[in-house]
Write a protein that binds this ligand. Structure first.
Ligand code: CAA
Length: 385
């Protein structure tokens, strides 16, 4: 059977950045708690004129510039931080990118896991019609209450993936292990812009979903743990991935060292939590930083609070290095504009009810802008060259 998987993937983030050392000092916290204890250095913060749509479109643009739109008949948009209760954020992106009218567009939701559901659906669509390609976009703004324990684990970013037959980056193997259990570890009521979280419970729910998914993976004929060359976990903060690898080692009795996942951390230490995008920005980081992956098997674990998990594997394709974008990702990260803590707090607390027309200030320099709300509908524009 033809292999199917991720042909290419791109990462994009928000305009602003907060240094967590500054946040720690302002809160009277030892900066090492965030840097070492959570494994995070900075977090991206969106400007008033950007959101999951502008980040998602900005992530997808270079993918389409490189590979064209031919054969793309489906856009799957995964997010926790949706901008509308009804309309898919993918439709705004579809318009901004000028994609063909003959297109299936939908939004997926299940906390941080939704991009994996989108990826699995894309694999199914391509399996049925190998000539088709599917654009999967994961884009999120992670927001917790100011001065809460979750605050230093905020972040923002998007990953776009092109899913095709005979992929150039990662051929996804067919066996997958899944887990689901109704648990109130993290959720966001319809009228809240910040997540409600039981931090301690969220850690145990994550680790429980991992072992359940792993056991299901093994029961369904998945490879032995020793046959996996690298691990890439969902990273709400990068220390969580260290806890996950340790948990898997204890569960399987294998000796799994952090060197098997170290290269998945650099982008997420900078971005912060990007919810649905986090697993895949970890994958992008690994592919961009490790030269020795051709033919190697990566084990991926996707977690979504509430709570679900999925463990699956993929084989890195020869020549993957030619698709790297490390310079572009680092340039975008380095180019973020720092906010003062006062500016950040003001942006965080700003409220814009959907029944009031308003125009966003012009802040960002990216290819797409969120321009405001008119007659209760969100408005976007493509930046003119
Ligand atoms: N130097 C070095 N390390 C330090 C330190 C110091 N001075 N002070 C504390 N630490 C360490 C602690 O020992 C601890 O490490 P271990 O867990 O390895 O023991 C770490 O820093 C964090 O310290 P605390 O546990 O005291 O931190 P906290 O209670 O203030 O908050 C948290 C931690 C619960 C994760 C909180 O950040 C939070 O609620 N985050 C949001 C929820 C979350 O991300 N959950 C993850 C699983 S859910 C998921 O994955 C879905 C998702 O994306 C949200």
């Amino acid at each position: 059977m033809t292999s199917i998987g991720i042909h290419d993937l791109t990462v994009s983030t928000a305009h602003h950045v907060i240094d967590l050392a500054e946040l720690a000092e302002a809160g009277g916290v030892d900066p090492a708690k965030f840097r070492v204890g959570l494994g995070q250095d900075r977090m991206s913060v969106p400007a008033a004129d950007e959101d999951i749509v502008t980040m998602g479109a900005a992530a997808a643009l270079p993918l389409l510039e490189r590979h064209g739109t031919e054969g793309i008949r489906t856009v799957l948009f995964a997010t926790e931080s949706g901008v509308d209760q009804s309309k898919s954020a993918g439709l705004f992106v579809h318009e901004l990118l000028g994609l063909p009218r003959t297109m299936r567009v939908v939004e997926f939701k299940q906390a941080c896991y939704a991009a994996t559901a989108a990826l699995q659906s894309a694999l199914g669509i391509v399996a049925r019609n190998p000539g088709e390609r599917v654009l999967v976009i994961a884009s999120d703004v992670a927001r917790y209450e100011l001065d809460s324990p979750g605050e230093p684990t905020q972040g923002a970013g998007a990953v776009a993936m092109l899913v095709t037959a005979d992929p150039a980056l990662l051929a996804i193997e067919p066996v997958s292990g899944v887990a689901a259990r109704d648990v109130d570890d993290f959720w966001r009521p319809n009228d809240s812009t910040t997540a409600v979280v039981d931090g301690r419970l969220s850690l145990t729910a994550y680790l429980g979903a991992l072992t359940t998914a792993w056991d299901d993976f093994a029961a369904r004929g998945g490879v032995e743990v020793a046959e996996i060359d690298r691990f890439c976990f969902h990273q709400p903060f990068t220390k969580m991935a260290r806890k996950a690898l340790k948990g898997l080692a204890q569960h399987t009795g294998a000796d799994l060292k952090d060197s098997l996942q170290e290269e998945t951390f650099p982008y997420n230490r900078e971005l912060g939590n990007t919810y649905t995008a986090s697993l895949y920005s970890g994958l992008a980081s690994l592919l961009d930083h490790d030269d020795t992956l051709a033919g190697k098997r990566i084990g991926l674990f996707s977690y979504g609070s509430g709570a679900v998990g999925e463990f699956f594997t993929g084989i890195v394709q020869p020549g993957y290095q030619s698709l790297r974008r490390r310079d572009a990702v680092e340039a975008e990260l380095d180019g973020r504009v720092p906010l003062t803590l006062a500016e950040y707090r003001e942006l965080h607390s700003a409220e814009h009810p959907s029944d009031t027309d308003w125009e966003t200030p012009r802040v960002t320099q990216g290819p797409f802008r969120f321009t405001g709300i008119r007659r209760q509908a969100r408005q976007y524009e493509v930046r003119q060259a």
